[in-house]
Design a protein around this ligand. Structure first.
Ligand code: GUN
Length: 290
């Protein structure tokens, strides 16, 4: 049976450390860090993630606000909002919750952010810094996965890490992090057109599922003893539940626990770490701007 990586407990440890750092920062006479979260439209999952981010910020002493806009907001207006946040001295970190409505070009909005306030690490300046092994903001989910591996003492050196998913938010930055000399993994990134995907997955010492397809990774795709990191949070309709849906990951969890060495649950695995790393990035941005 796999050892469960308790992301909730590890994130709570990380948040306690950040809380101490924030307290010290404020005790030195500085204003508390300030995070502005931009939420467009009424996607219930996005609204729920944003509530979680703001609540976690407040719990460690980071001030913050959610700027909520109707789904019909124009791209031009949204760009003005970003400009205002860039030039506001009180704002240390900006996060634009994705996805944005189809009529808005998400890349344009991300590129409009001041890279030094881009606590989500999505601006090309930060993506480029990561790709070239320079210091910058690292996207929160991949940063959280690395932290989970380190704190669970799971070795990465020389190991084969297979990532399913090539997104800018998770797959690509995680590949870059695992390649860094502190991790020294051998990285394979797979996607929807990859041939022989199950064969490649079976070679993984560390298998990361970040594709957004409920229970896509089945037992036969996992090497016995492998570490399985499940990034997915999928809502599956289920009228028998009070909410009308249940949450499940990109991995068939029950079956995977019988073959994996380590596994992250959903919820309570990667998700809480994403939020913890956002807080870390916001504090880092605040200190750098001083
Ligand atoms: N949507 C889902 N995950 C994320 C995230 O980590 N950052 C942003 N900005 N949007 C998301």
């Amino acid at each position: 049976m796999a050892i469960i990586i308790d992301g909730k407990a590890i994130a709570s440890e990380v948040r306690a450390e950040i809380r101490e750092d924030v307290d010290q920062w404020v005790a030195l006479g500085n204003a508390p860090p300030y995070l502005a979260v931009v939420l467009v439209g009424d996607n219930p999952a996005s609204a729920s993630y944003v509530r979680g981010k703001i609540k976690a910020s407040q719990n460690v002493g980071i001030a913050g606000d959610t700027l909520t806009f109707d789904a019909m907001i124009s791209e031009e207006k949204l760009l003005e909002v970003i400009e205002d946040l860039n030039s506001s001295p009180k704002v240390n970190g900006i996060l634009v919750q994705l996805p944005l409505p189809n009529h808005i070009n998400a890349s344009c909005v991300i590129e409009a952010m001041d890279p030094n306030k881009d606590v989500d690490g999505l601006h090309t300046v930060n993506a480029g810094r990561l790709a070239t092994d320079q210091t910058g903001f690292v996207p929160c989910t991949p940063a959280g996965i690395i932290e989970l591996l380190h704190r669970s003492k799971i070795p990465t050196q020389g190991k084969h890490a297979v990532i399913i998913g090539r997104s800018n938010l998770v797959g690509r930055p995680l590949g870059n992090l695992l390649l860094q000399k502190v991790n020294n993994a051998t990285v394979t990134i797979c996607h929807s057109r990859t041939q022989n995907l199950p064969d490649i997955c079976r070679q993984a010492d560390i298998l990361v599922a970040a594709i957004g397809l409920a229970e896509f990774v089945t037992r036969d795709m996992i090497k016995p003893g492998a570490t399985v990191i499940d990034v997915g949070i999928n809502r599956v309709d289920d009228p028998s539940t009070a909410r009308g849906y249940y949450l499940t990951g990109d991995v068939d969890y029950q079956a995977a626990t019988e073959v994996a060495g380590y596994i992250t649950p959903v919820p309570g695995g990667v998700g809480p770490m994403t939020i913890a790393m956002l807080l870390k990035n916001t504090l880092m941005a605040t200190k750098q701007q001083k």
